[in-house]
Write a protein that binds this ligand. Structure first.
Ligand SMILES: NC(=O)c1ccc[n+]([C@@H]2O[C@H](COP(=O)([O-])OP(=O)(O)OC[C@H]3O[C@@H](n4cnc5c(N)ncnc54)[C@H](O)[C@@H]3O)[C@@H](O)[C@H]2O)c1
Length: 435
């Protein structure tokens, strides 16, 4: 199938690089967003998101004249939906007394609705947003059919998940293997014809629901494996074992790869996507649901470690919270467990001085974010390592002695070498270390 014009709905971390990449591969693109601020920034040559290489890519695309930006869709050969799919903030499901989160599909619904008036026979529509299984068939298809056209016979409909890593999006967009699931074979093949314009990785064709499930399985697999590492860390603490040593030894087994425990699981993918599977079949997903709960409880487990070293009454205690991002060496704070911990500390009356080297202006109610490491540590009653940023792991304990009179530390990520801190005069509790 031939494509000369593509309309991309949603110009965020996924939609904008996708739109610009099509445009730099000889396709005419109209990029659409409902947020007027996004449109105005892009039309003025700016960028509303930060991603290495994106500025140059978008500039090239705009200068080529093949990328246009607008607030409503236009006629096109293909439509791509790349809008957010968070979970609902206040509404929960419940199964056997256990709560689970529900997907908020309003953006996908309104994006699909916005296409209806422009849909023509022979068009292809592709959903890229991470979605609960059967969304393409049960939600997007029926909305598009309000056009009077029938999915599968009058237009093609497919799902392709995005598996890029923030920080490497531009490279991975073209190089990663891509799964494309059609509501029928012809739709999957139409999807391949479209993405083959720029994808250099393998393109795997399947049906739409399998493609949706593949994406959710990938992130759920990681979530469950982190949950078991977190549970191991709790056991190790109780049984007098050093979890970091135990994992290191266990991973010498040729078929074992235990992940690292930590203060929880964050980011807007791994901590969200497993709930889409739970919502789809709460009676079949006890393990997935339990893993989510284990990971969500981990900040509370960290609070226990803090109380163990500093006492139950945290009011007025000065805590230097080091790192807020959801993983090392990124500036992304979305769903970060470190933020959960600092919020719990603030609720307990502690005076939190948080230092996030990648986002100095982070705004968290009840928490002061400080501009330097020294500002965080000076006069702190406790040093709390929440993220394994390189700068924080490399902290030299002997340099901290004069800044912190009490010399107490909690390491939640296995970032500090216990012996050197003890030698320097600190009392240290490390997550998962019971000896
Ligand atoms: N960011 C990632 O690294 C990543 C990786 C894999 C998958 N995903 C998935 O991709 C999807 C998009 O994520 P993102 O990170 O690009 O989101 P984002 O929040 O960065 O951007 C989404 C954009 O869509 C716009 N939008 C919302 N509703 C719209 C509508 N009805 N019409 C037009 N525009 C609309 C928003 O204004 C926003 O600019 C999500 O389902 C996400 O889970 C993201």
């Amino acid at each position: 199938m031939n494509f000369s014009k593509v309309c991309v709905i949603g110009l965020g971390y996924i939609g904008l690089p996708t739109a610009a990449t099509f445009a730099t591969h000889n396709i005419q693109v109209i990029g659409v967003d409902i947020n007027p601020e996004v449109i105005s920034i892009l039309l003025n040559g700016g960028l509303h998101i930060s991603e290495p290489g994106l500025r140059v890519l978008v500039q090239d695309a705009l200068q080529s004249g093949r990328l246009m930006i607008g607030s409503t869709p236009e006629d096109a050969d293909a439509f791509i939906i790349a809008v957010p799919t968070p979970f609902k903030e206040y509404e929960h499901g419940s199964y056997n007394g256990q709560a689970y989160r529900l997907a908020d599909m309003r953006a996908v619904t309104s994006a699909a609705e916005s296409i209806v008036a422009y849909l023509r026979p022979g068009n292809l529509v592709v959903l890229e947003s991470t979605s609960p299984p059967r969304t393409t068939v049960d939600l997007v298809g029926p909305i598009l059919e309000q056009s009077g056209l029938k999915a599968g016979s009058d237009f093609y409909l497919a799902y392709t998940p995005e598996r890029v890593l923030p920080g490497k999006i531009i490279q991975e967009l073209t190089e990663n293997a891509r799964v494309i699931g059609g509501i029928d074979e012809a739709s999957a093949q139409a999807g391949r014809d479209l993405y083959a314009h720029f994808v250099k990785g393998e393109i795997l064709l399947t049906d739409a629901t399998t493609a949706e499930m593949v994406k959710l399985m990938e992130n759920t697999y990681r979530d469950v494996n982190i949950a078991i590492a977190n549970e191991f860390s709790r056991l190790a603490k109780r049984l007098g074992v050093d979890i970091w040593e135990a994992i290191d030894i266990a991973n010498r087994h040729p078929r074992v790869k235990i992940l690292n425990p930590g203060p929880g699981v964050g980011g807007h993918c791994i901590s969200v996507d497993p709930w889409f599977l739970v919502e789809a079949a709460p009676d079949q997903t006890q393990l997935i649901s339990a893993a989510r709960h284990v990971n969500d409880e981990q900040p509370h487990f960290v609070m226990k470690l803090i109380k163990e070293i500093i006492g139950d009454d945290l009011s007025g205690k000065r805590i230097a919270a080091l790192g807020l991002a959801f993983k090392p060496d990124v500036d992304d704070l979305r769903e970060s467990p470190a933020i959960e911990v600092v919020k719990l500390l603030a609720e307990a009356g502690a005076i939190v001085h948080a230092y996030e080297p990648y986002k100095l202006d982070a705004d968290i109610p009840g928490v002061s974010t400080v501009a330097t490491l020294v500002d965080a540590i000076r006069d702190a009653d406790l040093l709390l390592l929440l993220v394994g940023h390189r700068e924080l792991k490399e902290l030299e304990p002997s340099r901290m002695l004069e800044l912190t009179p009490t010399r107490l530390a909690v390491d939640t990520v296995g970032g500090w070498e216990g012996k050197s801190w003890t030698k320097a005069g600190f009392k240290v509790i490390r997550l998962g270390v019971g000896k």
